[in-house]
Structures are given as structure tokens and as C-alpha cells.
Design a protein around this ligand. Structure first.
Ligand SMILES: Cc1ncc(COP(=O)(O)O)c(C=O)c1O
Length: 381
């Protein structure tokens, strides 16, 4: 038995994080936070804020440490040797996305988004006034594939294709062949890629994460990659992400125009991220093993208790995408399950038009609560 099994609903409610306080009385399975706390190394490192009175602007040694820690983590895990001057801080991945669109892509070019997709990508498109073209993923017998023909039709020179790998909400981890296929289409169109790799550290064997920018010279040149320790190490409130600019011209523009985005990373975020990347490996391994167990348990629960649901077990992330169309439910599913089952999940429709009749379920829960959540949902069906 894992120590995570013993975490109770009462203790999570008492802590009052957003996942457990937004919908009182409901099991929090919506926003992408985990219920397992943080790595001891992160907690320890954060003492430095108090000890060094780090309440001012980020000193340059902190930023330098963040860059080296990021480079070392990516080299160790993914074999990607990133020169530290290619790494820029940001407060979060979404702010980095907004910054990339604003500063590194031509105005009035569309955003092309494979769907279902992480909800804020739609909001960012609205904020920038850019056209957003949804390209539904193709569902095969066993998984999902990108609709490369539809992507090719949607892309124009300067357009931004959003690649989310591992893919929130479907949990897909792209293979090298798939990424190379995408690269060909992007290159032929003269388009760009924003590669959101925030979930890269949480990938389950035998899947393997391949950073898109590492594939070829062309992918390095047409890509801006964003990542953060915030999902895998459970730190999203601390505000620190990393933007990896593999194109020299992008770096030159960022030097001139990216300062407000990069200056928005917080001292606690920088320190926590550095500690997580440097000393958090054992904790991450423990959490990933537990999540894999949860993923498999969820698969069993769905088979047994939700026979009309369709679900492809994710290869990465702690998010599950459940197709409930087989139940013929009407209306807003998140509201329905929150009211009737006391389980808070994410409405699939927020992930794009193709999300109608689906829900996104965050399974980073203590396993007894995961069981309880699916049992409660099943009882209402
Ligand atoms: C794919 C993806 N990108 C970005 C984010 C948000 O990250 P941040 O808080 O760094 O903006 C999330 C959070 O769940 C996510 O799943």
C-alpha cells in the first residue's frame, strides 16, 4: 500500500486548494493538480526565500541555476542537450504561449489546434484576436492520430500549429514517425509550431517522450517549446515555466521584446523548479508509478462500472478522456456530475467542438477516492 492511498478527503478539503474548494462536497477531479503534495527537496529549497530574504526581483544567480537545472533535466531524461542561452523563464506556459504568439509570429495569422485540446488554448486565441482553426484528431481502433491532411489544409505561412505532447486531454504521447509526419506538413506550409511539453516528465512505460524541436534542423528552426515543472512536480501556483527557443532569430527577437514575459517568473517558482529538476527524481518516480497504477485501476473501473463509456488509457499525463456519448446524456455533463454524483470533472465541450458528450477526469487522486468518484458517477447513470 502506498502512503498516497491514506490521504483522506477531509485532509484535502482542510488544505483548501482550488481542486477541493471550488465545488464543496465534491471529489476534485477537474483542474490539473495532484493530491500528493510536493517533493521534500522542493519544500526544503523554498526555505531559502525566507533565509536569504528573497523578496526582491529575481537575482541573476537564481535564473542561471534554473537554466542549468532545466538543461540537465532535459539532457538526462530526453537526451536533449539544450544550450542554457536557449532557455528563457516565464511565469507559466500559457503566458509563454501568449508571448510567443505576440512576439514571434506574424499578426493576423491563424492558430491551428488539434482537438480535443487543453481549454486555455482557446482563450488565448480569443485574447489575441487570432482565428482559431480546430482540427479534430482522428480516432482509430486503438488510439488517436493527427489528421495531417486537415492540418495541411488549415496551415498558411506564419500560422501557428499547437502541438501538445503529451497531449492533454487524451494522454497521447507522439511517436517519432508521427512527429516527423507533422514536421513535413508544417515545413511545407511555412508555418510554425508551439510545442507544449509541460506533461513530458509524466509518461508511462513503454511510451517515450520525444521533444519535437530535437527531431531535425527544420523542427528546431520552426518551433518554440514551452515546459514547466508545474504539472509533474505539482507546483502550478508558484509561477515558473521555461521557454526553449531553438531558432537564433527567435532568440534575438525575444531579447528585445520578451523581457516582460521572462521577468514574470517568481522567486519561489524558480527555486522550486530548480530543486525539483535537480533533486526531485525519486519523488517523481514514486508519483509516476502510483499514477500508472491509478491509470490501470481507472481502466478496470471503466470496464466494469461504465460499460457504455469509451476510453483509451493515456500514455502520459494524469488526465483521462472519457467518451460518454453511449449514455445519450443531454446538457452540461460537468454540472450534472457535480450535482448528482458530487464529482467535479472538466466539461469535454471546453476542449473543442468534438468534446461534446465527453469528460476530462483527473486521476491524480488517492486511489480509494478514485474508486469512489467512478462509483458515484456510475450510480447516476
Ligand atoms: C497542456 C498544458 N499546458 C499548459 C498548462 C498550464 O500550465 P501553466 O500553469 O504553466 O500555464 C497545463 C495545465 O494543466 C496543461 O495541461
Amino acid at each position: 500500500m502506498s502512503e498516497f492511498d491514506a490521504i483522506t478527503e477531509a485532509s484535502l478539503v482542510a488544505k483548501g486548494g482550488r481542486k477541493w474548494s471550488t465545488f464543496p462536497g465534491s471529489i476534485g477531479a477537474f483542474i490539473a493538480e495532484m493530491d500528493f503534495g510536493v517533493a521534500p527537496a522542493v519544500r526544503q529549497a523554498l526555505r531559502e526565500i525566507d533565509e536569504r530574504d528573497l523578496f526582491g526581483y529575481a537575482p541573476y544567480d537564481l535564473t542561471a541555476d534554473l537554466k542549468s537545472a532545466t538543461a540537465n533535466f532535459y539532457a538526462d531524461r530526453f537526451g536533449w542537450r539544450i544550450p542554457v542561452d536557449h532557455i528563457q523563464p516565464a511565469s507559466d506556459v500559457i503566458a509563454a504561449f501568449l508571448g510567443v504568439l505576440t512576439h514571434l509570429t506574424p499578426a493576423d495569422t491563424p492558430i491551428v489546434l488539434p482537438t480535443p485540446a487543453y481549454m486555455p488554448f482557446f482563450d488565448v486565441a480569443k485574447t489575441t484576436g487570432r482565428e482559431l482553426i480546430e482540427v479534430p484528431m482522428l480516432r482509430t481502433e486503438t488510439g488517436w492520430t493527427l489528421d495531417l491532411d486537415a492540418i495541411a489544409a488549415a496551415l498558411v505561412p506564419g500560422a501557428t500549429l499547437v502541438l501538445c505532447n503529451p497531449h492533454n486531454p487524451i494522454g497521447k504521447v507522439y511517436t517519432e514517425a508521427e512527429l516527423l509526419g507533422l514536421a513535413e506538413v508544417v515545413e511545407a506550409a511555412g508555418a510554425r509550431v508551439f510545442s507544449d511539453e509541460i506533461h513530458a516528465p509524466v509518461v508511462y512505460d513503454p511510451a517515450r517522450h520525444i521533444p519535437y524541436a530535437t527531431l531535425t534542423e527544420a523542427t528546431a528552426a520552426h518551433t518554440a517549446t514551452a515546459t514547466a515543472a508545474s504539472k509533474a512536480f505539482n507546483l502550478p501556483g508558484l509561477k515558473c515555466a521555461q521557454l526553449i527557443l531553438t531558432d537564433a532569430e527567435d532568440r534575438a527577437v525575444w531579447k528585445e521584446k520578451g523581457q516582460f514575459v521572462s521577468g514574470a517568473a517568481s522567486n519561489p517558482g524558480i527555486i522550486a523548479t530548480t530543486a525539483a529538476y535537480t533533486h526531485g527524481g525519486d519523488w517523481l518516480a514514486e508519483v509516476t508509478a502510483y499514477l500508472k497504477g491509478n491509470r490501470d485501476h481507472l481502466t478496470d473501473l471503466v470496464t466494469e462500472l461504465l460499460p457504455n463509456a469509451t476510453y483509451i488509457p493515456p500514455e502520459g499525463t494524469y488526465l483521462a478522456w472519457l467518451d460518454l456519448r453511449g449514455y445519450g446524456l443531454e446538457g452540461h455533463l460537468a454540472q450534472r456530475f457535480n450535482e448528482r454524483a458530487k464529482v467535479a470533472i472538466t466539461e469535454g465541450r471546453l476542449c473543442g467542438e468534438v468534446g461534446a458528450g465527453h469528460i476530462r477526469f483527473n486521476f491524480a487522486l488517492p486511489r480509494p477516492l478514485l474508486t469512489e468518484a467512478i462509483e458515484r458517477i456510475a450510480r447516476t447513470l
